[in-house]
Design a protein around this ligand. Structure first.
Ligand code: GDP
Length: 525
């Protein structure tokens, strides 16, 4: 197969949802279609059930599972599909944000009874920022659900995207009879726990009287009315609008019953984007360029504390990646070759010789990579779009075992490179401050410092509202700001200036009084 064909047949995407909406179940059904797994239950949920209480087993389990399910590749109808897993727990939202920078599209799963939930809303903001094309799967139609029109309106309002249903549900809960596929004009009758996909019935038009015989007169009448109304309210589906991230096709179904999943997948491979160009600070990289480029979007530590090896997950942006070939690590200015790059097929990992744009390869790493690092065949470029987000929770981190200072510093350093949290050094008192998006990260850090680095840390409270990166062309004003806010100034790991506001009021005031200073809430600007 030619290089261009290899690119054209790839689809790299993530499934996002609020916990419990059905992401794991849907992933599993998709893998079953691809023949990548053969039994249900093979995909492990990477959920952490508890919110903020200590449960180290859960943390360890989470880490173990998340390396196994980070990327799931499978073949389906001559397509190579890569599903990138995202942690459902909100404390790991930053991990999810970074994963979203490595996908070309997204499928959003929504619980039909609950509608749009909090976590979905937040993740959609990231998709919107990047104009990522999204498809929506409204799940659990076998349970009593909200009215489909209300659900669609909710998606439009809350996720701020135009929608277009490509299938329509017939009833819900106990009265759920199936879906009418508007895309293909066919009727798909619901049957609980279908082991295989049954044939759908071709119905050229909902007006066909045959429909009354199949689903009953009243439901058929209602379906006709609803579809007529729906066609009037929602615009025709346009693939171009979907690809621009302006219009989301919507499917209804039940992942648990493997219902509506095949339709989703078939439409997905037809319309979902092939590997897309990537922006660097200097130029746009096209996937079909013949030279390899890629970036690290995730780093995973080894589960074995005695081996501090890690896996760097590299998204291939252009060219062909080859085993044992020399590549430039742009930040270090050094060449490396990789003798055992791994690819991820379903739950299996295997060493590969080559990989193509859209693929993810796992590179064993002994500490050379940090998130955002670029690999090329020599060109000095840096990919954009891997920002750190302004953390919301802060604590001072202190050494609790003076004999282990070196271990502690090394541990903190590496954990920050992995993107577990962000480290700021106060310019006022020199103390180290850890900033995170979720409370669980503090536990993860403490636990891993002790288990992997044999170091002990202690936290002390610090009352902060937000950390923001500041910049200004006006050097006088910047110097004045730093002087007056000396108590609140810190440096991030890259040495950039960070302002630590202790209240929203203080931040507002600073923004008002120093109009030449830009306050940034992500590290990339
Ligand atoms: P995740 O947290 O989004 O990964 O959700 P899971 O896939 O783990 O699903 C959460 C729960 O909902 C599990 O108990 C599933 O069995 C259940 N579930 C998923 N899909 C459906 C569905 O279509 N119908 C019903 N009734 N339950 C479902």
């Amino acid at each position: 197969m030619g290089f261009t064909q290899e690119i054209q047949r790839r689809r790299t995407f993530a499934i996002i949802s609020h916990p419990d909406a059905g992401k794991t179940t849907l992933t599993e059904k998709l893998l079953l279609f691809g023949g990548a797994i053969h039994v249900a239950g093979a995909v492990k949920s990477n959920k952490i059930k508890k919110t903020a209480t200590s449960d180290f087993m859960e943390i360890e389990k989470q880490r173990g599972i998340s390396v196994a399910t980070s990327v799931m590749g499978f073949e389906y109808n001559d397509h190579k599909i890569n599903i990138l897993d995202t942690p459902g727990h909100q404390d790991f939202a930053e991990d999810t944000f970074r994963t979203l920078t490595a996908v070309d599209s997204v499928i959003i799963v929504i619980d039909a009874a609950k509608g749009v939930e909090n976590q979905t809303r937040k993740l959609m903001e990231v998709c919107r920022m990047r104009n990522t094309p999204v498809m929506v799967f409204i799940n659990k139609m076998d349970r009593p659900s909200k009215d489909p029109f209300d659900l669609l309106e909710e998606v439009e309002d809350e996720l701020k995207i135009q929608v277009r249903p490509l299938s329509w549900p017939i009833g819900n809960g106990p009265s759920f009879q199936g879906v009418y596929n508007v895309f293909e004009n066919s009727l798909n009758l619901f049957e609980a726990n279908k082991p295989t996909v049954q044939e759908s019935l071709a119905i050229d038009d909902v007006k066909n009287p045959e429909l009354d015989n199949i689903i009953g007169e009243d439901p058929a009448q209602l379906l006709r009315e609803e579809i007529e109304l729906m066609e009037g309210v929602y615009p025709q589906f346009e693939t171009q609008k979907y690809l621009k991230g302006e219009l989301a096709p919507v499917f209804f179904g039940s992942a648990l019953n493997n219902f509506g999943v095949n339709e989703l997948l078939n439409c997905f491979i037809q319309i979902a984007p092939t590997p897309q160009p990537s922006e660097t600070t200097t130029r746009t990289i096209e996937p079909n360029e013949d030279k390899f480029t890629g970036f690290v979007f995730k780093i995973h530590a080894n589960m074995d504390p005695n081996h501090r090896n890690r896996i760097a997950f590299v998204k291939i942006c252009s060219g062909k990646f080859e085993r044992n070939k020399n590549y430039l690590h742009v930040r270090q200015g050094k060449n490396y070759k990789f003798s055992s790059p791994t690819a991820f097929m379903a739950e299996k990992k295997s060493v590969i010789d080559e990989a193509y744009p859209g693929d993810i390869v796992g590179l064993p790493d002994s500490g050379n990579f940090i998130i955002g690092d670029t690999l090329t065949e020599g060109e000095k470029i840096n990919f954009k779009g891997l920002p750190s987000f302004s953390p919301e929770l802060f604590r001072y981190i202190e050494n609790a075992d003076p004999m282990k200072t070196k271990q502690l510093n090394k541990g903190i350093d590496q954990l920050m490179d992995e993107g577990v949290a962000q480290l700021f050094t106060s310019q006022f008192n020199g103390r180290k401050i850890i900033g995170t998006v979720g409370a669980l990260q503090f536990e993860v850090i403490e636990h891993r410092l002790s288990h992997e680095y044999n170091a002990k840390c202690r936290y002390e409270p610090i009352n902060l509202y937000k950390a923001c990166w500041i910049r200004s062309e006006n050097t006088t004003e910047l110097a004045d700001f730093k002087l007056r806010k000396a108590q609140y100034m810190a440096k991030d790991k890259q040495g950039r200036d960070v302002f630590l506001a202790d209240s929203s009021y203080m931040l507002q005031l600073a923004q008002q009084n120093f109009t030449d200073i830009e306050f940034h809430f992500t590290s990339e600007f």
